[in-house]
Ligand binder design. Structure first.
Ligand SMILES: O=C(O)CCC(=O)C(=O)O
Ligand SMILES: [Fe+2]
Length: 380
């Protein structure tokens, strides 16, 4: 059974083995320290990445700031990779006790094959465990969770606070550059709708994808845009792909040797994201597209089998999703922005999108801002 395999776990050194044979996405590398220092060039580069691709690397090394300690965040992430392995090693029966989808919640466990990856209802090939920020910070009731995870609440709290701070740094940068309406400015801009201490759908996600059959056009996690505002992602093996807009070219492979399946997986603008040690990947979600009336980009991405020799390894990833406060209406906050007919709150939006992907016929209803993501030019 794929979800109870004991294939080798990736250690830090597996970062080095990303193959030179596949095209990769040219994500900008942005320095956290320089952003904290308000380095004008770095702020410009980060803003550009948010508008053009909506994905960039954030270098967390060598930060000396009290505001956000990048090294501590990296250490928390390292520890959480171990914690999640301990959890995923539990029996399927035990893990399934923590699936709360039938109670209308996307927190807790999602078993292997219990989500869909396309409109045809094809089953996913990964497991998730979602931990609510509000649960950990005592803003909501504590959900049942297994002992192996309960023991780590202090670690989650530390990771949540640092990741949220990273998200707020990005949020405040884009808030300062967007032409916000005067009422949005008076109300405190984008930061004011993402307060750590307010009730929201913010969450940690643990992901495990076992090795996929090599002859399969395997998609572990179907193409999607993220539902919320800013995502902080740690992965160590390849497999994440972004679908590049037509104004951004992939970095060609350094050497020959791409497999025919990998080649097919790079059709239509798809390119692999190379994991970088010491960095997280930051990407923007649908809520920022809506608040900015499409000026910011929430790019389509998916997870396929890791490329090359990495395909034999089990892939883990760790995510923090920062989302608007539950009762915030997802609508334009910029001058001249289009009025959305539908006044949907962040809570309704996330529930619709997250739980729709758990139903065989839920694909269309659970779509987000993919159409905006596939537009062919940057909005002026
Ligand atoms: O595992 C990854 O690298 C990406 C995961 C992801 O996109 C998600 O959970 O939304
Ligand atoms: Fe995602």
């Amino acid at each position: 059974m794929p979800h109870s395999d004991h294939s080798p776990s990736p250690a830090r050194d597996t970062f080095a083995s990303f193959p030179p044979t596949v095209p990769t996405a040219p994500l900008l590398r942005v320095s956290l320290q320089k952003l904290l220092d308000r380095d004008p060039e770095e702020l410009d580069r980060c803003w550009k990445a948010c508008c053009e691709l909506g994905f960039f690397y954030l270098d967390l090394q060598n930060t000396s700031s009290q505001a956000i300690d990048g090294k501590a965040l990296l250490q928390d992430a390292d520890q959480l990779f171990e914690v999640m392995k301990g959890f995923f090693d539990l029996s399927v029966e035990e893990k399934t006790q923590y699936d709360f989808a039938d109670k209308g919640s996307y927190f807790g466990y999602k078993g292997y094959g219990k989500g869909i990856v396309d409109a045809k209802g094809t089953k996913d090939r990964n497991e998730f465990y979602n931990i609510s920020k509000d649960d950990i910070l005592g803003l909501s009731e504590q959900l049942p969770s297994p002992d192996v995870l309960n023991a780590q609440r202090d670690l989650y709290e530390s990771y949540i606070k640092s990741s949220h701070a990273v998200c707020m740094l990005i949020t405040s940068l884009v808030s300062s550059r967007l032409p916000l309406t005067s009422s949005a400015k008076d109300n405190g801009g984008l930061e004011a709708v993402h307060k750590l201490g307010s009730v929201s759908g913010d969450q940690i996600r643990f992901v495990k994808a076992p090795p996929q059959e090599p002859n399969l056009k395997g998609v572990a996690l179907g193409e999607h845009t993220d539902f919320g505002s800013v995502t902080v992602l740690f992965n160590r093996l390849g497999g994440l792909q972004v679908r590049l807009p037509d104004y951004i070219d992939a970095i060609p492979p350094a050497t020959h040797g791409i497999s025919s399946i990998e080649q097919q997986l790079c059709n239509d603008g798809w390119a692999y994201v190379r994991p970088l040690p010491g960095h997280c990947i930051v990407n923007l979600g649908d809520a920022l597209v809506k608040f900015s009336d499409g000026k910011l980009r929430s790019n389509i991405h998916r997870v396929v089998a890791p490329p090359g020799e990495q395909a034999k390894l089990t892939r883990y990833s760790l995510v923090y999703f920062c989302r608007p406060e539950d009762d915030v209406v997802l609508q334009s906050m910029v001058e001249g922005g289009q009025e959305d007919e539908e006044k949907v709150t962040a809570k309704e939006w996330i529930l619709r999108r997250a739980l729709g992907r758990r139903k065989a016929d839920g694909w269309e209803k659970s779509n987000g801002t993919e159409a905006t993501s596939m537009r062919s030019s940057v909005k002026a």
